[in-house]
Design a protein around this ligand. Structure first.
Ligand SMILES: Cc1cc2nc3c(=O)[nH]c(=O)nc-3n(C[C@H](O)[C@H](O)[C@H](O)COP(=O)(O)O)c2cc1C
Length: 206
């Protein structure tokens, strides 16, 4: 039988996905600090293949929500989803994006990554960069939580990187893959109950 000697660090337990915010802007200097923390994430070959776009103006939020929404609508139509359901889904996503005080859009580039002549290794290289982007986003959200800010990762850009990029007029090589909502937490928001970690099912000791 193993004996547990350590507790999970409190700052990791305390980060929750919070989707409701006070109507108050987030200081850009604070956002810069969060992005600095993101950029301390591990990455392949000592690269920094990430770019972070801070979006806190109404016009930019709207452009992003409209651009990604149009693409999602087309995908749902192709899936045969009813017009009514599409309207609900796209509208809810639009409100989520335009309603957040600030957004940080995490993009990937090929900067610093290796290139391979074959598709398989090229895909693995991009996969490594994507893993490191996830680590950087976690750093950002942990830092937000430790600064008393709320955050929530939104998946949408990974399904439509080009649409997100073009909606904001970003450089062609900046490919958005993760969106983080950031703001001061709505005190009334109750995070969904977090089930205990079923360690026995998720971990194998060999
Ligand atoms: C890659 C990724 C994509 C996610 N996308 C969304 C999303 O589109 N919308 C949303 O509300 N939450 C999204 N989440 C947040 C998860 O729902 C959340 O992390 C999960 O329910 C666990 O809750 P917690 O973060 O409070 O521990 C995403 C999380 C990850 C890691």
């Amino acid at each position: 039988m193993s004996v547990r000697r350590l507790a999970v660090p409190e700052f990791i337990e305390q980060r929750r996905s919070i989707r409701s915010f006070r109507d108050e802007p987030v200081d850009r200097g604070v956002l810069d600090t969060l992005i600095e923390a993101a950029c301390l994430a591990p990455a392949p070959h000592h690269s920094r293949p990430w770019r972070f776009v801070v979006i806190d103006t109404d016009s930019a939020k709207l452009a992003l929500a409209d651009g990604m929404g149009a693409r999602w609508q087309a995908d749902l139509e192709a899936d045969g989803v009813s017009a009514e359901r599409i309207g609900e889904l796209v509208a809810a996503s639009h409100v989520k994006i335009t309603g957040a005080p600030a957004l940080v859009l995490a993009c990937l580039t090929w900067d610093g990554l290796d290139r391979y002549p074959d598709e398989s290794r090229q895909r693995a290289e991009w996969g490594m960069a994507l893993l490191s982007l996830g680590a950087s986003v976690e750093n950002l959200m942990l830092s937000a939580a430790s600064a008393g800010l709320a955050s929530c990762w939104v998946a949408a850009p990974i399904f439509c990187p080009e649409a997100a990029r073009d909606a904001l007029g970003l450089a062609a090589e900046w490919l958005p893959h993760a969106l983080v909502l950031v703001g001061h937490p709505d005190p009334a928001y109750v995070a969904r109950e977090r089930p205990p970690v079923p360690l026995e099912a998720l971990r194998l000791n060999l």
